[in-house]
Design a binder for this molecule. Sequence first.
Ligand code: NAP
Ligand code: G4F
Length: 377
Amino acid sequence: MNGKNGQTDGNGINGSNGHGIGGGNGHGGSRRALITGVTGQDGSYLAELLLAKDYEVHGLIRRSSTFSTGRIDHIYDDPHRAQVNLKLHYGDLTDSTGLRRIIEEIEPHEVYNLAAQSHVRVSFDQPEYTADVVATGTLRLLEAIRDYMAISNNRPRVYQACSSEMFGSSIPPQNEMTSFHPRSPYAVSKVASYHYAVNYREAYDLFVSNGILFNHESPRRGGTFVTRKITRALTRIKLGLQEKLFLGNLDAKRDWGFAGDYVEAMWRMLQHDRPDDFVVATGETHSVHEFLESAAGVLDMDWRAIVEFDSRYLRPSEVDVLQGDASKIHRELGWKPTVNFERLVRMMVDHDLNLAQREQTLVDAGHVTRMQASGDE
Ligand code: NAP
Ligand code: G4F
């Protein structure tokens, strides 16, 4: 990793492969933002938004044996070039020493805490790890910022990614006044992160805002979340690259918006004159069944012939209906979604149909097998 003088750490990861991780602060006049979870769906859209607003963007990235930067490769440049506005730093929400060092080095004006083990079903398999990253990880970051405030004259503004999952079984529509009834280890951990943020606001005057975001999707959505799982599978089945789609509960209802709209809401929260908590949602709710129907409609397919039930995708306790009331953020920050349900489904289907067509070209030319094309092999 690059240090303050721009030297490399000697581990050979910087440079020409396009995945170099550089950390030199090289502070210029622009505003600096740190994004944890920059390689995720939201992190990639937020990094794009902040770069377009001339921020110097710093992203926290986990070490892994394969590259995880696919969603940000198009905005990432070789750190050896002079004018690089996206800088990546190795770190992890389970490692408080590293978080402190990075905050002190970057001296951020804004911190967006998006990193999480974000899969609800997986949180039942890995509850302790989920709590460590989502709940205690948030605490570690807030502590690092609190200590940084004590040794500097700076007061970074912090965005905490909370979730509509915190409402769980509370009656819809849910807003900032609705009580929490979390139904998974993930949701319990997000409730803890919410309360840590409120407590640090009250106890230490931290500028920290909780975004209570309802489900938001995009062509960059991870492939194991239900919307992307559906659009990937239906488009591959349409082209003969796959035969079946196995799903769990089709009756659950979600308030699905577009991730690109939702990162704008995050940014607006940190431009507000005071820290606060905001629900971000479209106000519409649709079942998984309706999402299937709509995606199949775009492709002129009959989903009933290809979808099969698999109990492995059920959750020990389910969240039946989420529907947000986002009137507070409409009123106070002027934020509104621009993409409705039908447009979101079409956007994801169109993207994945194009992806499937490219896979098919490789399969037809004998370059890869069907399994390799799907990424399953
Ligand atoms: P995502 O695509 O799953 O991205 C999660 C990010 O967190 C990835 O960059 C991941 O890195 C990183 N991460 C995971 N564990 C980490 C750790 N221990 N240390 C550092 N980084 C770690 O999630 P998303 O959909 O963008 O969501 C962003 C945030 O909003 C999450 O906190 C999520 O819980 C919350 N949220 C999401 C939604 C939604 O509908 N999308 C709704 C409400 C709240 P790798 O790339 O290395 O895995
Ligand atoms: O797409 P999902 O896995 O999203 P879920 O559980 O609502 O969580 C997402 O949204 C939260 C905000 O409310 C975020 F905080 C969280 O990080 C994540 O981004 O599941 C949606 C619904 C569930 O009811 C699930 O039971 O789809 C149902 N479902 C049915 N079959 C399935 C499947 N979900 C998945 N992932 N895979 C299935 O095969």
